[in-house]
Design a protein around this ligand. Structure first.
Ligand SMILES: [Zn+2]
Length: 494
């Protein structure tokens, strides 16, 4: 059998177990009764170990070796390269550690939910301490030269390092601080009319209709309710989004646009690569650049609201007829707040800087989990000028650390920065995108993104893809130019 075919067969098996785990996770977050948690944690632990064993097995190694020797096409070589990276990463981690982490992560998640609800950091602290220790252990196995964080963050964003992230944040921090200050001194924007009693079913159907209008294939996807919006997929033709519904009429629309941005990337991966490691988004940062594009650059534009205002009013007749401009501006208010997932586009990266710095200190052993709430609050005071009154809205607000995901947060900021860099190229190629958005004509925009980004799946390394699409490495210029001109205009600043 040809080596590449043999390798694909191996990867289909690994994929099947990965999909089973993803489906169990989707179920846990949408449907599972809380009583199911304990058994589920054990099952996830066992299956994660099996997946890891299958990936690092002699059969995979033999198939990969043969594929590397025989691969002739660019795609086949790319497949071998991607599997080699996965295998190398996985080989460095003992199966025992992988199973232990998966079990601890599931328990951590359940405990975090309880502790957050009770606003009881002491309840969460011991398991968080264990999770930080296991991350340090992981970093030790994976290896690093400068900082243990490098080993952890590279798992989410190939090639990323603590120093690289630091440089990215250094490039945007001061201009953002100034923009936040300016907007806070300007006269506030009226957004109170967005708040009301909007039926959840109506919010769900409105969002679903808009998402499909963007080009998301409804027959190959779903939207379900969950406490935290996310996107997961089991094949290119089964892409699941979740959403949650609250008293701000456009809140679920924006969560929906965000997750649909992830979903569009996944749905437009080449079908021939389905269930292989070449399918789907290449890295978290690049993935996030797409969710941010649809959520912020498109969804939070004046042109989008010129189109979307009529459907919004039709879905929610009780909404006062304030006009598209008022709805646009109301969705672009800037206000330092405590909760990352509710943060506006301008303050968002400040939330990430806080987390990035604390994560670095925790894995370097400079910050003990017992001192985390205090350190968190101090950074919020410094960066956003506000201090959380409780740990539930402070250091316990995010899900990531509860499952031992350290090194993940900076990819959100990378997504913000990269979304504008890619969009600048899209605009150069397509011309008047505002005219398209005003008509609700998303097809040319989606087609460009498919051609330049989505159809390449994981074929190119993230840094290589950025260079191919934008002609330069990741940099802050387009992001700062875009966000500054947009928000200065929104706030009527000269
Ligand atoms: Zn996202």
């Amino acid at each position: 059998m040809y080596g590449v075919e043999r390798l694909k067969d191996r990867m289909y098996e690994v994929n099947a177990m990965g999909v089973a785990l993803a489906l169990m996770d989707w179920d846990q977050q949408t449907n599972m009764p809380s009583g199911g948690a304990e058994a589920r944690a054990e099952q996830v632990g066992i299956l994660s170990t099996k997946l890891h064993e299958s990936l690092v097995s002699d059969q995979t190694r033999a198939a990969l070796g043969q594929a590397e020797a025989e691969a002739e096409s660019e795609d086949d070589r790319a497949l071998a390269r991607v599997v080699r990276r996965e295998l190398d990463l996985a080989t460095k981690l003992p199966s025992e550690l992988v199973g232990r982490k998966a079990l601890l992560a599931t328990q951590g998640h359940e405990l975090w939910m309880k502790a957050r609800k009770a606003n009881d950091y002491a309840m969460f602290r011991p398991i968080l301490g264990e999770l930080v220790e296991i991350c340090k252990e992981e970093a030790g196995h994976l290896g690093f030269t400068d900082h243990p964080y490098d080993a952890l963050t590279d798992q989410y964003e190939e090639g990323a390092t603590a120093a690289g992230w630091q440089a990215m944040f250094d490039g945007i921090r001061q201009p953002l601080v100034e923009l936040i200050e300016e907007t806070q001194l300007a006269s506030p924007i009226e957004d109170g009319f967005l708040v009301g009693q909007w039926p959840a079913e109506k919010q769900a159907s409105f969002t679903w209709a808009v998402i499909q209008k963007l080009g998301f294939r409804g027959e190959s996807g779903r939207q379900d309710a969950a406490p935290h919006p996310f996107c997961t997929n089991f094949s290119v033709n089964d892409v699941r989004l979740t959403n949650r519904y609250n008293e701000v009429v456009t809140s679920s629309l924006y969560s929906g646009l965000h997750e649909a941005g992830h979903g569009l990337y996944e749905q437009n991966s080449p079908a021939t690569w389905d269930r292989t490691p070449l399918a789907g988004g290449v890295s978290l940062g690049i993935h996030e650049s797409q969710s941010r594009t649809w959520e912020n650059i498109i969804g939070r534009s004046r042109a989008f609201w010129q189109w979307c205002y009529a459907p919004l009013r039709e879905a929610f007749p009780a909404l006062p007829d304030v006009g598209p401009e008022a709805v646009y501006k109301a969705n672009c208010t800037v206000k330092p707040s405590l909760i990352r997932v509710e943060a506006d586009e301008v303050t968002y990266n400040m939330h990430i800087m806080v987390r990035f710095e604390l994560e670095c200190d925790m894995v370097a052993g400079k910050l003990d989990v017992k001192d985390l709430p205090e350190a968190w609050n101090e950074k919020y005071r410094q960066y956003l000028g506000i201090v959380p009154e409780t740990d539930a809205v402070g250091c316990m607000q995010d899900v990531h650390w509860s499952s031992g995901s350290i090194g993940y947060f900076p990819t959100y900021s990378m997504g913000n920065v990269l979304s504008y860099q890619i969009w600048a190229c899209l605009q150069r190629d397509l011309g008047d995108t505002d005219a398209m958005l005003t008509r609700g004509d998303f097809a040319p925009i989606l087609a460009w993104l498919v051609e330049k980004v989505y159809r390449h799946g994981s074929k190119y390394k993230p840094t290589e893809l950025i260079q191919r699409v934008t002609g330069k490495p990741l940099g802050p210029e387009d992001y700062l130019a875009g966000i500054t001109s947009k928000y200065r205009a929104v706030y009527g600043l000269a």
